[in-house]
Design a protein around this ligand. Structure first.
Ligand code: SF4
Length: 96
């Protein structure tokens, strides 16, 4: 009696791996998508908005700031000296 059953492990699914990649991209795009919705801004408390600068960063140097006192993504009034976790520094155009 010979019983030499060989076990072949099922091949890894390339499709599921691709799904994982897509999910990662969706998460990365989530914040940007939230910012694109102009009429539905984020509540200041959701982004830990504060009325003082943080590590030298402030609304005045943020790409989302709209002078004199509004923000593209945060609801209500913001001040140039304020800051929140959605802070994104402006591109400085004076690169040598
Ligand atoms: S720091 Fe926050 S509240 Fe201020 S302009 Fe940037 S995104 Fe808006």
């Amino acid at each position: 009696m010979t019983d030499d059953t060989t076990h072949h492990p099922p091949a890894g699914s390339a499709a599921s791996r691709r799904q994982v990649l897509c999910a990662g991209l969706a998460v990365a795009g989530g914040l940007a998508a939230a910012g694109a919705r102009a009429q539905e801004k984020i509540a200041p408390e959701m982004v830990q908005y504060q009325r003082t600068p943080k590590d030298g960063n402030k609304c005045a140097t943020c790409v989302n700031f709209e002078p004199p006192d509004t923000c593209k993504i945060v609801a209500g009034k913001v001040i140039p000296e304020g800051w929140c976790i959605a802070y994104a520094p402006m591109e400085t155009s004076n690169k040598g």
